[in-house]
Ligand binder design. Structure first.
Ligand code: HEC
Length: 101
């Protein structure tokens, strides 16, 4: 009986985390289109000449925490998003950006 409940709980949390992850990428896509696509391109092709082409995987070999810091503080022509996007929102956007590759 105890084992059965455990299996049920594990199954449920796996399902929930899967759903949460999908939602984050979808939210990230909306935020990306709103705040990032003008320079990085709707498909990560890079519109502004100096902007990394995420589609080609440029800069994406760095961990999320490093990329998030650049987005927070801004980098060269990229404006800072601190105070515009919350950390969780930046992570949603980065999750989406990694799907463009
Ligand atoms: C005004 C244009 C512009 C906008 C808007 C913009 N970026 Fe950038 N972004 C750049 C440029 C230019 C660079 C390259 C900076 C450099 O030379 O290191 C860059 C670099 C980056 C990098 C790589 C940082 C690193 O440390 O290598 C990431 C990740 C990134 N942008 C994500 C985003 C996200 C996410 C958004 C939206 C929330 C965004 N950018 C909005 C222009 C922009």
């Amino acid at each position: 009986m105890k084992n059965w409940i455990l299996v049920l709980l594990i199954g449920q949390s796996a399902l929930l985390s899967g759903v949460a992850q999908a939602a984050n990428v979808a939210r990230g896509q909306q935020l990306y289109n709103m705040h990032c696509a003008a320079c990085h391109g709707p498909r990560g092709e890079g519109v502004m000449p100096e902007a990394p082409k995420f589609r080609m995987g440029e800069r994406l070999d760095q961990p999320d925490m490093v990329l998030m810091q650049s987005v927070r503080t801004g980098k060269k022509a990229m404006p800072p998003f601190f105070g515009v996007l919350q950390d969780a929102q930046i992570l949603d956007v980065l999750a989406y950006v990694r799907t463009l590759r």
